[in-house]
Design a protein around this ligand. Structure first.
Ligand code: ADP
Ligand code: MG
Length: 626
């Protein structure tokens, strides 16, 4: 019989498993038990939905047996089993299980991260075993097969004898070393503890032969040791338990056991609803972003159980996109086991549950925001972007649900604030909610356009994410206050000078501005005297819907339509540079056009926009200096 090689990725993981000094080797048992439980789920589901199969609940269990003499530990299940092809496919390569992605090279360096992050599953067996033997008979198959591997050099498969459907995983434990005592996994007590720590909620009995002291039948006050089969796990799934009986640690353990994430969840929601729709759910708000969260590969969804039987491991219809980060499960008695994916989409019960869940998530987030700001900000740091997308997507259909969950950086508070906090602080004469966009808070702070708003003492929201302005445009108003970009045409701020000399500048310097516009041609829509500049000489503003920041973002998109903001070059007529410009206008047209171009290019630089002709620009500066 020839040996087959593991697929490359599997080989590397095996190496890590075998060689890692992993502090929690005991999780191998959790992984094998969880596989056994999955396999029983599958056969249980089949038996419930296929009338030709008889169904007897007692037939489904997991058995752990230790053989001290031969130093083997066996995990047997009465699950669905594996065919020869499945043994090859599922145990010969890890990539299949989807548990592990090798994209993140760095995380592969030590075993701890991998197990923590993905739950490597079956391969964890090699942390404690030299040789792993899997004997399996698949449902509906007459033959059984034996898969065997001693680690990285490959595996063999041959046919063998097994009467009942199911799988035995047999571990030949490693030799004890100075640091590591593998014999502990043959000890009844130790095994029991490990099972109860990690697999207590497994819904099938995990049986073990346990030695107990029993009173002798014929003699009084005498005891004898007898071996009896016991179920060591409590089985009641966590979601059916009373909240009061559960601790945060229980929820965290469930989170890791389920591989929902490798972080500690920020918050959990445990709910049991018994009304028009009946369901139990445990939902988690993770703290960290899954590595593929903002990519196409990420699939949202919750585990869906029908009366305790897993029917789908990622049901997307249970979660709206804006809450796609939520992890967890739903168990409902009202769903049919036989339901297909397509039917599920139209299922009224499921729709109700989804709606219900959505509300609970929103309330939990609002609670966090109100009662634990630090936690909320940590959540927002990871998933705030998704909330903003949620406001923008579907033509704003969810904006009212989400608007109170938004946070933006405040120019006054120097931290993230809610829109409600902003509006509550607005002075009476302030008409708009002001915002400024840019690459970073520091850069925004220095934007000339912010000068007049700052001087007026109004608070500004700083937008640094590309989605920010789009989301805000979708909202349009908050508590009836309109949003206003600091670089938009009319800021609605009356300065004192305005009242003294309303628009006189505009008329007085009309000729100059007209000629500047002619020089700049279609680079700008118009040139005008600025009402917002105080110490700076020049800036760009935008009339109309599209702001300069939006133009930048839209044009950076792959399918860009070359959107243009209606740019206006604003000149500070009180600035000394304007005097120079005026003199040039009167005496030297060449200089005038040189200065106009320089000012325009400066405005571009301030905005972070590319200068169309940098060589010309530097030449122009040299001309001025010469
Ligand atoms: P995962 O459980 O994340 O899919 P594993 O590495 O734990 O990844 O297992 C790989 C695959 O091997 C499983 O998806 C399953 O198809 C198969 N498998 C493992 N153990 C068993 C078992 N006891 N019975 C049936 N199939 C099993
Ligand atoms: Mg597994």
């Amino acid at each position: 019989m020839s040996k087959k090689e593991f697929k490359a990725e599997s080989k590397r993981l095996l190496d890590i498993m075998i060689n890692s000094i992993y502090s929690q080797r005991e999780v191998f048992l959790r992984e094998l038990v969880s596989n056994a439980s999955d396999a029983i789920d599958k056969i249980y589901y089949k038996a419930l939905t296929d009338e030709s199969l008889t169904f007897n609940k007692d037939d489904y269990y997991i058995k752990i047996s230790a053989d001290k003499e031969n130093r083997t530990l066996t995990i047997s299940d009465t699950g669905i089993g594996m065919t020869k092809a499945e043994l090859e496919e599922h145990l010969g390569t890890i990539a299949k299980s989807g548990s592990l992605s090798f994209k993140h090279e760095n995380e592969v360096k030590d075993g701890y991260d991998i197990i923590g992050q993905f739950g490597v599953g079956f391969y964890a067996a090699f942390m404690v075993a030299d040789v792993v033997t899997v004997i399996s008979k698949a449902l509906g198959s007459a033959e059984a097969f034996k898969w065997e591997s001693a680690g990285a050099d490959g595996y063999t498969i041959e046919s063998c004898q097994k009467d009942s459907v199911g799988t035995d995983v047999i571990l030949k434990l490693k030799e004890n070393t100075e640091d590591e005592n593998y014999d502990e996994y043959l000890e009844e007590h130790r095994l029991k503890t490990v099972i109860q720590t990690y697999s207590d909620f497994i819904r099938y009995p995990i049986k073990m032969d346990v030695t107990v002291n029993k009173p002798k039948e014929d003699a009084e006050n005498e005891f004898e040791e007898v071996v009896e089969e016991q179920t060591v796990n409590r089985m009641v799934p966590i979601w059916r338990k009373n909240k009061n009986e559960l601790t945060d640690e229980d929820y965290q353990a469930f989170y890791s056991e389920k591989h929902y994430g490798f972080d500690k969840p920020l918050a959990h929601i445990h709910t049991s609803v018994d009304g028009a729709v009946r369901y139990h759910a445990i939902l988690y708000i993770p703290e960290n972003i899954p590595f593929n969260y903002y990519s196409k590969e990420f699939e949202k969804g919750l585990e869906l159980y029908s009366n305790g039987v897993l029917i789908m491991d990622k049901c997307p219809d249970l979660l709206p996109d804006h809450f796609s980060f939520v992890k967890g499960m739903v168990d409902s008695e009202d769903l049919s086991l036989n339901i297909s994916r397509e039917m599920l989409q139209h299922d009224r019960q499921l729709k109700r549950i989804a709606k219900n869940i959505s509300k609970k998530i929103k309330n939990e987030l609002k609670n966090l925001l109100k009662n634990d700001r630090e936690k909320y900000e940590s959540f927002y740091h990871s998933f705030g972007r998704q909330i903003k997308f949620g406001v923008y997507n579907d033509f704003g259909a969810h904006k009212d649900t989400l608007k109170d969950l938004l946070l933006f950086y405040s120019s006054k508070e120097k931290k993230l604030v809610t829109l409600d906090e902003y509006v509550a602080r607005m002075p009476e004469d302030q008409k708009y909610i002001y915002y400024a966009s840019g690459d970073s808070y520091d850069r925004i702070e220095k934007l000339p356009q912010t000068e007049v708003v700052t001087e007026k003492g109004y608070e500004m929201l700083y937008f640094t994410e590309d989605i920010d302005e789009f989301a805000i445009k979708m909202l349009a108003t908050y508590q009836e206050k309109e949003f206003k970009s600091v670089s938009s045409g009319d800021l609605g701020i009356d300065t004192e000078e305005d009242q003294n000399q309303p628009d006189t500048d505009e008329n007085q310097y009309k000729e100059i501005f007209d000629e500047m516009k002619q020089t700049l041609a279609d680079k700008v829509n118009s040139v005008r005297a600025s009402k917002r500049l105080k110490s700076h000489s020049v800036c760009l503003a935008a009339d109309g819907e599209v702001t300069i920041e939006m133009e930048k973002i839209l044009n950076a998109m792959p399918d860009s339509q070359h959107v243009k903001a209606d740019k206006v070059l604003e000149i500070n007529t009180n600035h000394s540079v304007f005097q120079t410009l005026k003199t040039a206008f009167e005496n030297d047209k060449d200089k005038f056009s040189l200065y106009t171009n320089l000012l325009y290019n400066q405005a571009l630089l301030i905005e972070g926009l590319p200068i169309e002709d940098p060589v010309q620009f530097t030449n122009d500066i040299c001309k001025v200096m010469a």
